[in-house]
Design a protein around this ligand. Structure first.
Ligand SMILES: Nc1ncnc2c1ncn2[C@@H]1O[C@H](COP(=O)(O)OP(=O)(O)OP(=O)(O)O)[C@@H](O)[C@H]1O
Ligand SMILES: [Mg+2]
Length: 363
């Protein structure tokens, strides 16, 4: 059981920040994902929590105890890497048992814990094989079992599924989720795959350029991104973003579309932009679009992708402003068709183009 607190934790290499001062509390039993593009500081953050990397400022606390300068082996945290080195000359079972033998845990206890881990990861049939004869997915299962036997207070995982192909990733994703549910161990999991982050986490920390952009549940980062970076990064495709001119309750969008802004947004826009209005960015997810002859926004079908269960329309407003819209697979939308649509008022968001931050509806 572990609560992990980062207080102004930062890392500089030379003069540049790999991680800017960061405040974060990881709750006991939580599955927290660090998500962001390559080079944003995910691995560095994880390594600082583990103690494999020193901090250049701030404090790390484990269950309230300051462990900032405590050796990694004394932090009671297990680290699972993408490329987990198993000992090639030992059987899978001996690989799993190794950390306990190294800690001089009594033989009976080793047997019990190893049996439990092997059972949980369902690798009993592989126990006597050497790593070289296992698939990469099975090797990663053995690696997870080996992390598990230590019964650490927390697990840190750095893209543990990165080396696996798509099918195995899905299977292992479920395995890790099951493991987490069974053990309820605090887990910090690094990925640059936002679908993985959405599927697995209790909360996501979205990072970019060494800076935490948002911390929230998958639903929060998806529906209420705190800034344009998160709006674009989360979702596949990302949030639709259209720059418009707001004046007196009407947002003029590309293609001379006049969109009546819902009443509950008017106060916030006036507050943010000035009473004369001004430029603002409208954001909405593809599923907020409702194609309807009564819609106030006109667009032309630029392309249409069939995804089996639904169609993803690419709609062009004015010159080269494309938005994505989720539509029924039962209607066909030939390229060049003129359509009208409206937006689910509960799903629209606004962003300030200067600060790139989301605009809050409440004062
Ligand atoms: N030992 C080091 N010395 C100097 N710079 C480093 C070192 N380790 C990391 N960096 C730099 O710190 C930044 C963050 O790196 P980090 O490995 O934490 O990113 P990441 O988010 O894990 O990226 P990826 O998704 O590619 O694994 C990068 O700019 C990287 O080049
Ligand atoms: Mg990394």
């Amino acid at each position: 059981m572990a609560t992990i607190q980062l207080e102004h934790v930062e890392k500089k290499f030379g003069t540049s920040y790999a991680v800017q001062p960061m405040d974060l509390t990881i709750n006991d039993g939580e599955f927290l994902v660090l998500l962001g593009p390559s080079g944003c500081g995910k691995t560095t953050t994880l390594r600082m929590i583990s103690g494999l990397e020193t901090v250049t400022g701030g404090k790390i606390k484990l269950n309230g105890r300051d462990v900032t300068w405590v050796h990694p082996s004394e932090r009671d945290i297990a680290f699972v890497f993408q490329f987990f080195a198993l000992y090639p000359n030992m059987s899978a079972r001996d690989n799993v048992a190794f950390p306990l033998q190294a800690q001089k845990v009594p033989v009976d206890e080793v047997k019990k814990r190893v049996d439990d881990a092997i059972e949980l990861l369902q690798i009993g049939h592989l126990a006597n094989l050497r790593p070289g004869s296992l698939s990469s997915g099975d090797q990663q299962r053995v690696a997870l079992a080996r992390a598990l036997v230590r019964q650490p207070a927390a697990f840190l995982m750095d893209e543990p599924l990165g080396a696996l192909d798509a099918d195995f990733r899905e299977t292992m994703r479920a395995e890790i989720k099951r493991l987490h549910i069974a053990k309820k161990a605090t887990t910090v999991y690094v990925t640059h795959d936002q679908i993985e982050a959405m599927a697995m986490s209790d909360r996501i920390v979205v990072m970019s350029n060494a800076v935490v952009q948002q911390v929230g549940t998958p639903a929060e980062v998806y529906h209420s991104p705190s800034n344009l970076f998160v709006a674009r990064f989360i979702g596949s495709p990302g949030m639709n973003l259209l720059t418009g001119q707001y004046h007196d309750g009407i947002l003029t969008l590309p293609g001379a579309n006049r969109f009546p802004v819902p009443d509950d947004w008017k106060k916030a826009l006036t507050r943010e932009l000035s009473s004369a209005g001004g430029e603002v960015i409208l954001g909405f997810r593809p599923e907020a679009v409702q194609v309807s002859s009564l819609g106030s926004i006109e667009a032309e079908v630029y392309a249409s992708d069939l995804y089996g269960g639904f169609a993803m329309l690419h709609l062009e407003l004015g010159a080269s402003n494309i938005v994505h819209a989720r539509a029924s697979r039962h209607t066909s939308y030939p390229i060049g068709t003129q359509i009208k649509f409206t937006l689910d008022p509960s799903m629209i968001r606004f962003f300030n183009p200067k600060t790139e931050l989301s605009i809050r509806k409440e004062a």
